[in-house]
Design a protein around this ligand. Sequence first.
Ligand code: ATP
Ligand code: PRP
Length: 205
Amino acid sequence: MLTIALSKGRILEQTLPLLKKAGLNISSEELGSRKLVLNTNLDDVKVIILRASDVPVFVQHGTADIGVSGKDVLLEHGGLGLFELLDLKIAKCRLMVAARDESDLNQSTLKIATKYINSTKHYFQSKGRQVEVIKLSGAMELAPIVGLANCIVDLVDTGNTLKANGLTALDHIYDISSRLIVNSASFNTKHNEINRWIARIEENL
Ligand code: ATP
Ligand code: PRP
């Protein structure tokens, strides 16, 4: 039995075509249901649907053998107990520092709102900047507007969200895409099966 962890939304939407090309199908009835464990066309493969930030946690603990996770999420998780084996080149965006204006970054101690605590601390430490990081779960763009923070660290794709909230992307931290991750124990015990799937997905990327 092989369990694959995916998250609802863009990762599920963009991973399904890759899995389909590799020979794994999920019916529209399964996808349209509110089930969190989905059957596939193969009796020995199931797909579980999680919050994006929980995918590496399930893979780390071996509850899922394989998962698809954004590099942003993996950087926060730290990668314990799993291998990052393939860049699927989907859900591409950039992790960036954004503020209303460049001058908002001219503070001796920068107040930064983000859900990417580890990446933010690591980036500003490498710049020798003193920062106070405020953990938010979403709607980061609001923080500089209401004076909660001087700037944010968030994902940027088209830039429309920043623009709509009067913010500008100032510094680039990391290019993000989704990665295929594998539980390190499963990679040993189910080596052939997992390698076969990876090869099939890779040849169709
Ligand atoms: P959670 O449910 O845990 O809060 P989330 O809401 O961030 O997670 P999604 O919005 O589905 O989950 O994002 C999943 C992944 O897609 C992110 O981890 C990131 O790698 C990527 N991503 C996020 N926003 C964008 C975007 N605007 N354009 C492209 N890729 C993105
Ligand atoms: C992500 C991210 C930004 C937005 C950037 O949010 O948190 O807010 O995309 O994309 P853009 O540059 O193309 O506007 P998402 O759409 O995933 O919403 P969520 O944070 O509520 O999941």
